[in-house]
Design a protein around this ligand. Structure first.
Ligand SMILES: Cc1cc2nc3c(=O)[nH]c(=O)nc-3n(C[C@H](O)[C@H](O)[C@H](O)COP(=O)(O)OP(=O)(O)OC[C@H]3O[C@@H](n4cnc5c(N)ncnc54)[C@H](O)[C@@H]3O)c2cc1C
Length: 158
């Protein structure tokens, strides 16, 4: 297996093709990671959330990261980490950005289901207000593992 660094273009293309990532944030030296759906377009990652720990923490400390991976097997995988800053998109100040986020996220299947279903299960309330946010991406790194047979062009014999 060979592990190569991905270029910025490859990292961006991978994020654009993905929809599920692990959002990492921290507060008072404590880490917190949760899965979220997202949409990437250059420089920004858009997501929808309900209010809870991650939003409280990101408001207090906007430095966040998102890890996204695609794992075919132990020797064929890709992993990208985007690091940046949390920006909430409340109305009316960010109406245009919020509409943009809604349009982007709406293109991907039932993007709202996980967030709202989880919160309604927990709180049993109907007054769950969706909250849009984006991450301004400051840097991206990516690693890609390739099986050596694929790397050298020698496909394994069947
Ligand atoms: C495939 C998938 C996609 C999801 N997509 C989204 C999305 O797009 N937007 C979104 O807001 N949420 C999404 N969720 C749910 C998300 O992972 C969180 O569970 C949820 O948003 C609540 O996070 P919170 O910080 O507000 O937690 P709170 O409700 O404030 O919960 C506090 C405590 O609950 C525990 N907890 C919370 N979430 C999890 C978890 N996922 N696993 C284990 N323990 C947990 C932690 O111990 C935490 O301290 C998704 C979950 C899955 C599995």
């Amino acid at each position: 297996m060979v592990i190569n660094e991905m270029t910025q273009e490859e990292c961006g293309a991978f994020l654009a093709s993905a929809s599920l990532g692990r959002l990492g944030c921290a507060l008072d030296s404590e880490p917190y990671v949760v899965p979220i759906y997202f949409v990437y377009e250059p420089d920004y990652i858009y997501a929808l959330s309900t209010f809870g720990q991650k939003i409280e923490w990101m408001r207090a400390n906007p430095k966040v990261c998102l890890e996204v991976d695609q794992i075919a097997n132990q020797s064929q995988w890709m992993s990208v980490i985007a690091t940046g800053s949390y920006q909430e998109l409340p109305e009316p100040q960010f109406s245009a950005e919020r509409d943009h986020a809604r349009r982007l996220l709406g293109k991907r299947y039932r993007w709202w289901q996980s967030a709202l279903a989880e919160r309604q299960l927990r709180l049993g309330g109907d007054s769950i207000i969706p909250l849009f946010f984006r991450i301004h991406v400051d840097s991206m790194t990516g690693l890609r593992a390739i099986a050596e047979s694929a790397e050298s062009g020698n496909a394994p014999q069947k």
